[in-house]
Design a protein around this ligand. Structure first.
Ligand code: SF4
Length: 83
């Protein structure tokens, strides 16, 4: 279950971006990636792949199969895809 009230799950399959607009100043994805990077720096299990943080665009191909894991993502659940 996600801590975000309007979704059931999150799927962080791509991290990183290049900020190009003033509108990017409050980027949710950047905040999320920075949080995951902080977890990786603390050595929290499962967060290792986020160690590069926001400055590198990374397609986490290892996450592709996760969306077909119907135990983790059961039919009908709302999934927030953070790109
Ligand atoms: S993901 Fe964030 S930094 Fe990238 S374009 Fe969107 S708002 Fe801007």
């Amino acid at each position: 279950m996600s801590k975000i009230e309007w979704t059931d799950k999150t799927w962080n399959v791509i991290t990183g971006c290049t900020q190009t607009s003033p509108a990017c100043q409050n980027c949710y994805a950047k905040s999320m990636t920075n949080r995951l990077q902080g977890m990786a720096k603390k050595g929290i299990k499962g967060s290792e792949k986020y160690i590069s943080g926001w400055d590198s665009v990374i397609f986490h191909t290892d996450m592709l199969g996760h969306i077909f894991n119907f135990k983790k993502y059961p039919s009908g659940c709302k999934v927030f895809v953070i790109l």
